[in-house]
Design a protein around this ligand. Structure first.
Ligand code: PA5
Length: 437
């Protein structure tokens, strides 16, 4: 099957030429090899490379576990970061779900109250997802939800409606699942949270939402094949990594991912976590930002066009729309819009995208263009793997470990100290001395 994704670097050629990319090819090839041969930094976390094939073995069990949830009116997917974003990204991009709700991705009591008001505890299931099994946000949310469901239907019945996705042996969630007798799925040790959308983390909720996880994996398998080559005209993932690395070297410190479909908003959020947590260390890395266009052209458009020129933009365009709308004719034509009558909205959107890309390029904002044929499970699987491989290569080119996230611990320690958790007494006192209590 031909690749559903294409890459256009014409609008960065003022800054990065084909010759520049060609001269980086040996380094990119080495980075790719170090990932595939597991010889680089963070090589303990390369389980995602073979995941599209490895995960296939679990598809039957995941689909089986998803089935009982069809009797639930709603299912709450509890998780944060890598245990949330890939699920939300996929479900929203594919058309959403009335059944799936989310909790544990922040600590807002208002959101939680509204959620509980909306759902019927007698008809609600829970998928609780935490690789470490110790993250505060999902742990608190799960305790609230579990208590709420148990109160309505009893402990025994509730047990049958809870599935935990967590570490094979470690963490509080694993211990609780074993003690309570919940069905569990394992997040492999060698797959980090932000690379886990193709593990049961993503696959179970996506299957419960009614989308085809086999096709998602098939798309990722195709991308895995297409991203093995060191040839930068064949391997578009490596080519994208090279282009953004060279732009970074030319002083571009922020990459803005721009979509033209709000359904892709959470794909951008997933992408931001992937690149932010992977590259942002040792004072390095492009800051990943995102905009939803054309909406944000009316808020962020001015900055993109004329603000500080430390930005690069990656447009994620989707060629084919599932459903379209034709602009109607109006006999009075008071708003002077009849020049568009009979035109499809997708065509209007496409002209907006082309006009925006050209204006940005002319305004000194280099634009990389990624075009996906259409939104489907297969193509999303392809896109995720494409970005994951490019991210691994990018981090390796920067010389950092793309697979750890030491920086996320700092806020957690302070939060535990302020919450009065046992073992954090010294830090509580230190914070108090700084006037933080
Ligand atoms: O990428 C990561 O590892 C993190 O962002 C995690 O996904 C996030 O902190 C949630 O962690 P956990 O799944 O352990 O609850």
């Amino acid at each position: 099957m031909p690749s559903p994704l294409s890459l256009d670097l014409a609008y960065i050629s003022d800054l990065v030429s084909e010759a520049d990319i060609a001269s980086l090819a040996p380094q990119v090839g080495d980075a790719l090899k170090s990932l595939l041969n597991k010889t680089g930094r963070g090589s303990d976390y390369l389980g995602w490379i073979n995941l599209p094939l490895d995960a296939e073995k679990q598809v039957g069990a995941i689909k089986k576990a998803a089935k009982p949830f069809s009797s639930c009116e709603s299912v709450v997917s509890v998780g944060i970061g890598g245990s949330y974003l890939g699920i939300k990204a996929t479900i929203e991009a594919l058309g959403g779900s009335d059944k799936i709700h989310y909790a544990g991705h922040h600590l807002s009591p208002t959101y939680f109250q509204n959620l509980l008001k909306q759902l019927n505890p007698k008809k609600t299931g829970i998928v609780v997802i935490s690789k470490s099994g110790t993250t505060t946000e999902p742990a608190v949310a799960f305790r609230v939800l579990k208590t709420w469901v148990e109160k309505a239907v009893g402990k025994k019945k509730a047990r049958g409606r809870i599935v935990a996705v967590t570490d094979e042996s470690k963490g509080a969630l694993k211990g609780m699942a074993d003690a309570e007798g919940y069905k569990t799925f394992v997040i492999p040790d060698d797959v980090g949270g932000r690379y886990s959308v193709l593990t049961p983390v993503g696959l179970l909720p996506i299957a419960i939402a009614g989308y085809d996880i086999s096709k998602l994996l098939k798309g990722a398998q195709a991308a895995a094949k297409d991203t093995q080559s060191s040839n930068l005209t064949e391997n578009l993932s490596a080519r994208y990594a090279a282009a953004r690395f060279l732009l970074n070297q030319k002083g571009k410190t922020t990459e803005v991912l721009a979509n033209f479909k709000p359904e892709l908003h959470y794909v951008s959020e997933w992408w931001k976590q992937l690149y932010g947590e992977s590259e942002g260390k040792e004072g390095k890395g492009l800051f990943p930002a995102s905009v939803d266009l054309t909406t944000d052209l009316h808020s962020m458009g001015q900055y993109l066009q004329e603000g500080k020129r430390n930005l690069m933009e990656t447009i994620l365009w989707v060629k084919k729309e599932d459903r379209d709308i034709v602009v109607p004719r109006d006999k009075d034509d008071r708003e002077g819009l009849n020049f568009l009558s009979g035109k499809k909205l997708s065509w209007v959107n496409e002209q907006a995208m082309k006009g925006t890309a050209a204006a940005h390029r002319d305004g000194g904002l280099p634009v990389i263009r990624l075009t996906l044929d259409e939104i489907s499970e297969y193509n999303l699987g392809y896109l995720y793997y494409f970005f994951e491989m490019a991210c691994g290569i990018s981090g390796t080119l920067l010389g950092i470990n793309p697979f750890d996230q030491p920086g996320v611990e700092a806020y957690k320690k302070n939060m535990f100290a302020l919450l009065g958790k046992k073992g954090f007494e010294k830090l509580t006192a230190e914070l108090k001395a700084k006037g933080i209590s």
